[in-house]
Design a protein around this ligand. Structure first.
Ligand code: APR
Length: 240
């Protein structure tokens, strides 16, 4: 297949959204069967909702943990992880909170929107890993504050050091591959512009057009696993 091919690049950034996990069985947010089609984020995914009814917000996130716990990284995740084991330096900049990139073996990961398997005390901000599908203790044993999912909810600010690390990786990359994002949520949706300014080759993988499609040189209109296999182009090691 004519290029681009992953093996031709030295500094790759994979910028991923919910579509990257769709073939693993994790629902997207805005597509058919999307989470926000069924649940109102104003009731389940913002600080006001948490203050109003922490138990309801936890019930919703336990449900999401259950969904994700039943899924595993698809072939696309493994191609991304293996690309990072080669000569090229690979950074994953993800909006996903499901932890599937780390599960697949990717190492350099900027989780822009946090992680479903981590909690943060709403008062003293201490953080804790938590692999349980159902969160038991809801009160911080240190200060008695509420434990909340360590996720960036609507209205929350992103964690500046993570956004800075993502921006730095993108400003230094020669290949920028966007996979499965609708490009409507900011500030994440600003990031492709940094790749354009950096002069990187930009590939958009998405069955559908997005408001950011004009920022890309190459559009691969199909599912993540298949399109990533194309970018790996017969590279046995990446496709193993
Ligand atoms: N392969 C590639 N792309 C896919 C696939 C697939 N198999 N299936 C769906 N897509 C595409 C859809 O066409 C859509 O453009 O993935 C995109 C998913 O878009 P959203 O559901 O809006 O997810 P995302 O862009 O990641 O959402 C951004 O919004 O709700 C907040 O914080 C949440 O991180 C999330 C952010």
């Amino acid at each position: 297949m004519s290029g681009p091919h992953l093996r031709d690049f030295k500094r790759i950034v994979f910028f991923t959204g919910a579509g990257m996990s769709a073939e693993s069985g994790v629902p997207t947010y805005r597509g058919a069967g999307g989470i926000w089609k069924e649940y109102d984020y104003r009731r389940y995914a913002c600080q006001e909702a948490f203050v109003r009814d922490p138990a309801a917000v936890w019930e919703f996130h336990n449900y999401r943990r259950g969904l994700v716990a039943a899924c595993s990284p698809n072939r696309g995740y493994h191609i991304v992880a293996r690309a990072g084991e080669r000569s090229a330096r690979v950074t994953v900049v993800t909006q996903n909170i499901d932890g599937l990139h780390a599960q697949a073996g990717s190492r350099e990961i900027c989780e822009l929107h946090g992680n479903l398997w981590r909690v943060r005390c709403d008062r003293c901000h201490v953080k804790q890993q938590d692999g349980h599908v159902v969160r038991e203790e809801l009160r911080c044993d240190g200060c008695g504050g509420w434990w909340r999912p360590d996720i960036v909810w609507f209205g929350d600010h992103l964690h500046a050091p993570i956004l800075d690390a993502a921006q730095a990786a993108i400003e230094g990359c020669d290949l920028f591959v966007s996979i499965g994002t609708s490009a409507v949520v900011y500030p994440a949706a600003y990031l492709p512009e940094y790749a354009r300014k950096a002069g990187a080759v930009r590939v958009e993988i998405n069955p559908d057009e997005t408001p950011a499609s004009h920022l890309y040189d190459v559009h691969l209109r199909g599912p993540a696993t298949e399109m990533l296999a194309r970018l790996a182009d017969g590279d046995a090691e990446l496709l193993a």
